[in-house]
Design a protein around this ligand. Sequence first.
Ligand code: PLP
Length: 296
Amino acid sequence: MALKCFDFRPGDEVIVPSNTYIATILSIVQNGLTPVLVEPDITTYNIDPTLIEEKITSRTRAIMVVHLYGKACDMDPVLQVASRYNLKVIEDCAQAHGARYKGRLAGNFGDFGAFSFYPTKNLGALGDAGAITTNDEQLSDNIRTLRNYGSKVKYVNEMVGYNSRLDEVQAGFLSLKLKHLDEINTHKRKLASYYLQELKSDFVVPKVDPDYFDVYHIFNIRHPRRDQLRDYLLKNGVKTEIHYPVAPHNQGAMKGLISGDYPISTEIHSTTLSLPISYFHTEDDILRVVKVLNKF
Ligand SMILES: Cc1ncc(COP(=O)(O)O)c(C=O)c1O
């Protein structure tokens, strides 16, 4: 819906990281636009801002960044290149509720921030839900109109809109839970700190940098024998996930839509493993997982 608010033409290009959940790229394709993939920084897993400029063409209209795993992107250089080429900036904040970069909250840098409230997210609803943020009055007006069949006044339709209103029950639940978001994030950051302190150096752990306030929607490690490690953990009572097992450029749905090789993204997808981390886990749970991991 954010992409619909601009005067983009079919085939216009949107820059997006190659290392993301496919939903980010689907939003571009579903709008008749062309995704142009940029590799991530192997230490942050987010878009590498130094690689954006070489992908810009006369058809580039926007950069869609993703604050993956709960770490904000390096936004200063992204905003600089966007401003130099007059590009819109959209932030995929699906995994970054409360994440900050240089003190500023994700969802507050670009023209739009798009949040998911899928139940597993740091701010999760009781079912599917989401929200869009913007600091621009006109864009706010456009998006409110679009989500309601393109109508501001009942039965007067000025845009080709959708029914995409947030259900009131979900909104009520989220309003209550929002008050606890800082507490949820603080807890997850504390659990992450145990992993960071206690895991042996065989595992590549997330980078910690004072410019970034990470909220660890996902706590991932990387290991060259990831699949073996995952089986070993499961046998020892530790269930893990992989975010994500197949890179978007290798998905059947993207055949003919994405070309080229993305070795950094492929490397991340083949080595990453997401460890248990949630508001319901305790310090003891995490230390138990660490103990099993350190014996691998
Ligand atoms: C990075 C990213 N973008 C977009 C989405 C899509 O969110 P939703 O399922 O709420 O549409 C997700 C959901 O998991 C995600 O992780």
